[in-house]
Design a protein around this ligand. Structure first.
Ligand SMILES: Nc1ncnc2c1ncn2[C@@H]1O[C@H](COP(=O)(O)OP(=O)(O)OP(=O)(O)O)[C@@H](O)[C@H]1O
Ligand SMILES: [Mg+2]
Length: 478
């Protein structure tokens, strides 16, 4: 036999052996109405569908460095789940990064900083139980375990306030503590009731129950004044969701009823007393699914980590994080090294199938094949506003002759301002890039901006130059 033939046969065998195993095709493929399409496996190009009925539970965790594609994956999940199963979603948005997307996807954005959530509302539970819930939330936030005296005092004040007032608030609790001379405990509680931070002390304006059936909802926590307030809001909302979940009873429905999304919610995802853990433990039988995403895997409590049915590892660089994930999921050195080399959207996926003999395997996905709704940008000026789709604007700017780095600068400006930019800023930048007034005017016309507004924009640019003249001269001299 021809030697080269044997060699190439050997080589071919090796090629097959060389790649890490992927789950059997029948575990990954599924009908488009049963599973959520994610992309294709790296080696056998098998389409991957997320079909939670085949998994031990519907919970998902996502880790990866900033920009690796966590939020994009969350958005893809929610968009498709809503199409397939009509799933609802509540995003507990720590940094306010989902607002634009949720609005564009037709969802509801609720800014918690503008609402009130009375911490003492019972929302269907017994007083005794609510007291325990409040104390446990404060445990997480105020480290009450180490201040057991204050813990008892707060509990005592809560009991008193519920028996003496019909609609008590946290302010009443603070007052009782003060009256009793429990100074330290009073101070702790007042962190949540002082002027401007009385978010938890007034009459509730939020109805969590109705939000659970409202399609896509973003609870934007980022304008709450402190990290502590954001955490208390997050914990409280989860407590309510848990109660509602338990009351709804076992679900026979075919799809996921509600996705609860926690993105970068480290304080509440890392504490075992938070109801994240309860939702992970009990969610399956109610068709409630949790999605936790974080840049730092060690922020996600190990109970969550070891209990989720699906884990996405996007690009990770830090050794410490990589070995933490590798040890808890248990994949090969090869996969670990690939993870460190991932591009945006590439993922290692670990799925734990419900089927008995199925091994849990971690396999590589080329790129999350996702979708985002059209991304609208706004250009504003004195009394005018133009809305344009991001790709469309970038195409127009490209046609105008901007190069990649100039496009990048403009994109960044939009991103910094949440998708909104003053027309005069754009004109200023285009001038800096060397465009003549006439070509800029032609561009503004193309955007649909009216003549009178174009005149206004240029006079603003001129005025700004006059006031900032000195700075400009310095910059241009360099
Ligand atoms: N699979 C993908 N395909 C195409 N583009 C993607 C993909 N994943 C992410 N992107 C793009 O990459 C950028 C960063 O993604 P994303 O915001 O999801 O990162 P992130 O991991 O959430 O980062 P951070 O931790 O900073 O929030 C976005 O502009 C997003 O549209
Ligand atoms: Mg993100």
């Amino acid at each position: 036999m021809d030697l080269s033939y044997i060699l190439s046969k050997e080589l071919a065998k090796k090629m097959i052996l060389v790649h890490p195993p992927e789950p059997r095709k029948e575990l990954l493929l599924s009908g488009i109405s049963d599973g959520l399409y994610l992309g294709k496996t790296r080696y056998t190009n098998t389409p991957v569908f997320w079909d939670f009925k085949r998994l031990i539970n519907p919970h998902v965790s996502i880790v990866g460095i900033t920009g690796s594609g966590k939020s994009y994956l969350v958005k893809t999940f929610l968009t498709r789940a809503s199409l397939i199963w009509n799933s609802n979603a509540i995003i507990i948005d720590w940094v306010g990064e989902y607002e634009n997307w949720v609005k564009q996807a037709g969802g509801k954005v609720i800014k918690l900083g503008k609402e009130k959530l009375n911490l003492l509302d019972l929302v269907g539970v017994q007083k005794r139980e609510r007291i325990q819930q409040i104390v446990s939330a404060l445990d997480v936030l105020l480290n009450l375990k180490e201040n057991s005296e204050q813990r008892d005092e707060i509990e005592e004040a809560l009991e008193e306030v519920y028996s003496t007032k019909s609609k008590p608030t946290l302010i009443d609790v603070g007052n009782i503590l003060e009256k009793k001379g429990y100074k330290k405990a009073a101070r702790l509680v007042k962190r949540f009731t002082s002027e401007g931070s009385d978010f938890f002390a007034g009459k509730s304006t939020l109805n969590i129950k109705s939000l659970i059936n409202s399609g896509l909802v973003c609870l934007d926590l980022h304008d709450l004044p402190t990290e502590e307030m954001r955490s208390l809001a997050g914990l409280t909302i989860l407590q309510y969701i848990k109660e509602i979940m338990r009351k709804e009873g076992i679900e026979e429905e075919k799809g996921i009823k509600l996705f609860v999304v926690l993105d970068e919610a480290w304080k509440i995802a890392s504490d075992e007393r938070s109801d994240v853990i309860t939702i992970v433990r009990e969610g399956r039988k109610y068709n409630f699914a949790l999605i936790v995403a974080s840049q730092n895997p060690t922020d996600i409590h190990k109970t969550i980590f070891s209990n989720v049915g699906t884990m996405f590892v996007l690009r990770l660089v830090l050794n410490e994080f990589r070995s933490y994930v590798k040890n808890s999921v248990g994949y090969s050195d090869f996969i670990d090294s690939e993870i460190s080399k991932f591009g945006v959207g590439d993922a290692a996926i670990n799925m734990i199938f419900a089927e008995r003999q199925a091994k849990s395997t971690t396999f590589l996905l080329n790129k999350i094949d996702g979708e985002e709704p059209l991304f609208l940008l706004k250009i504003v000026g004195d009394g005018m506003e133009v809305e344009i789709e991001r790709d469309q604007l970038m195409k127009m700017l490209y046609e105008l002759g901007l190069n990649e780095s100039q496009l990048g600068i403009l994109k960044l400006e939009f991103e910094k301002n949440d998708g909104l930019l003053d027309a005069e800023n754009i004109v200023g930048l285009l001038e800096k890039f060397g465009y003549s007034k006439s070509s800029i005017i032609a561009f503004l016309r193309q955007l649909g901006i009216e003549e009178k507004d174009i005149i206004k924009i240029f006079s603003l640019v001129k005025m700004r130059k006059a006031t900032k003249g000195v700075v400009n001269v310095v910059v241009e001299d360099e």
